[in-house]
Design a protein around this ligand. Structure first.
Ligand SMILES: *[C@@H]1O[C@H](CO)[C@@H](O)[C@H](O)[C@H]1NC(C)=O
Length: 217
């Protein structure tokens, strides 16, 4: 009896864990984002369906680089903003990495990812979780598609001579982005804790050197 109860509890725990890791299923054909609404829902509230137009499911311009450029890592990211994708559990982005540029090791807590290489070539990889930390890497070329399992650390490095462009699709409306080095060194963790984390005992020296590069006093 106790064993059965435990099994039920375990199954419910597994089930709800999975549920939490994915965006909820929509309850209507579409919920085009109404960015003017002050009403907060799980996502952006929906525009009146009668006012929805084809342009709500459209975005132009991913044939060219754009968006925000990272001054430290040189990649740029152009979010594909399609209001009609609101609540549908996905997001898209064009990413450009110039020669010598990187998209540093990072993960998305709420999404798996696939990306197609539009132009150029790029060294890509992801790492499995602790304790294996196994590297799955490949040099990708135009037309190649790669996949990153949810929550795993991955990176891009353009170690070639041509600009590289990718189009990525993520399995959440709000995938989240954790840049490992920024989280550790630009965040507010105490220096002595970081030194111990880096297996440097009571020597804060390395931490101070790295922290300065991340703009921390
Ligand atoms: C980029 O780095 C990867 C991994 O070290 C290597 O296999 C590849 O040949 C490099 N590409 C160039 C153009 O050097």
């Amino acid at each position: 009896m106790a064993a059965v109860l435990l099994l039920v509890v375990a199954l419910v725990a597994v089930g709800s864990g999975r549920g939490d890791a994915f965006d909820p299923n929509p309850l209507q054909d579409f919920c085009v984002a109404d960015t003017t609404s002050k009403v907060r829902v799980n996502g952006v509230s929906c525009k009146d369906p009668a006012a929805v137009v084809p342009g709500d499911f459209f975005f132009a311009g991913v044939d060219k680089p754009g968006g925000t450029i990272s001054k430290h890592y040189a990649f740029s990211a152009l979010p594909v903003q399609i209001p009609g994708l609101n609540t549908l559990g996905q997001s898209h982005v064009r990413v450009d990495v110039p020669p010598g540029g990187i998209f540093p090791p990072h993960y998305h807590p709420r999404a798996s990812e696939t990306a197609v290489v539009l132009e150029g070539s790029v060294y890509f990889g992801f790492l499995s979780s602790y304790p294996d930390n196994r590297l799955f890497d490949k040099v990708l070329r135009k037309g190649d598609v790669f996949a990153v399992p949810q929550g795993l650390v991955h990176f891009l490095y353009n170690n070639g001579t041509e600009p590289a462009a990718l189009y990525a699709t993520l399995s959440s409306q709000n995938p989240g982005l954790v840049l490992l080095a920024d989280t550790l060194f630009a965040g507010a963790l105490p220096d002595d804790l970081l030194a111990k984390t880096l297996r440097s005992g009571n020597d804060n020296h390395i931490v101070e050197i790295i922290r300065r590069k991340f703009g921390r006093p």
